[in-house]
Design a protein around this ligand. Structure first.
Ligand code: PMT
Length: 232
């Protein structure tokens, strides 16, 4: 990566997985550790950016401690949305690496839900807002580069890419990193593999290896976008 190619830029990165409470002790969540988002925040800071890292339920030991990175910890999708949107009004780049819950329980019980003889009560779910699609549609700051991830599984690499292409066209982000997820890749303390698409679903780059390697490949595509915008 080009040293300092993000100097003077503000980059907002979301990382981790949102949790939606069912009661004071239980939640609906996912397996995101936050490692990929943290790696993007660290790489952006190394390349000269100021970074706001919105961290959803990321282990404290993984959170970066660097003067250029401001960490805002959140738990639920609603909190993540508020924190990302607040920071995005000034940002040159927003990267949504967090795994966001698509649904949340319609209500969260004030006290621990009891076991009843009748068996478990059904959990009613309501849809969460799509933060990435909103950011892409609203452009909270003109000229901002909006980047999403697409965590996909499939029977083949072709399947994964096709799902990603459909998502790229649907979400309207400038860049979408299609992330193959499975037992040995994607979520957690494992390597990663992504294909970076533009909004039309065309392949711009691909990267495989550590989450740091993937972060730099993605930021190369982001830096290209920023250069294109300033030379036009
Ligand atoms: O955290 P790690 O353990 O390191 O794992 C990294 C990762 C696999 C979680 C990460 O690289 C990744 O792929 N993140 C996106 C996971 C995800 O939620 O993908 P999705 O296909 O469900 O969502 C697509 C995009 O829309 C994502 O950018 C997501 O942040 C965003 N989204 C989704 C739902 C929603 N309600 N709002 C959103 O903004």
């Amino acid at each position: 990566p080009a040293a300092g190619d993000l100097a003077g830029r503000l980059v907002v990165v979301s990382a981790g997985g949102t949790r939606e409470p069912l009661d004071p002790v239980r939640f609906l969540g996912n397996r995101s550790s936050g490692r990929q988002g943290v790696a993007i925040a660290a790489a952006a800071a190394r390349r000269g950016a100021r970074v706001v890292l919105v961290a959803a339920n990321v282990d404290k030991a993984l959170l970066p401690d660097a003067p250029a990175i401001e960490v805002r910890e959140v738990e639920t999708t609603a909190q993540l949305r508020d924190a990302v949107r607040a920071a995005a009004t000034r940002a040159d780049v927003v990267v949504m690496a967090a795994a966001v819950a698509d649904f949340r329980p319609a209500t969260s019980a004030a006290h621990k839900i009891k076991k009843t003889a009748a068996g478990p009560a059904p959990i009613e779910l309501v849809k969460n807002p799509d933060i990435l699609a909103e950011l892409a549609a609203e452009r909270l700051r003109p000229g901002q580069v909006v980047v999403g991830f697409a965590a996909e599984t499939g029977d083949s690499e072709g399947d994964v890419l096709e799902h990603g292409r459909a998502k790229a066209r649907r979400k309207g982000a400038d860049l979408l990193a299609v992330n193959e997820v499975g037992s040995a890749v994607g979520f957690g303390d494992v390597p990663n593999s992504v294909t970076v698409l533009d909004a039309a679903g065309e392949v711009l780059a691909s990267a495989e290896g550590s989450k740091a390697v993937v972060a730099d490949a993605l930021l190369d595509a982001v830096a290209d976008r920023l250069r294109m915008a300033t030379t036009i």
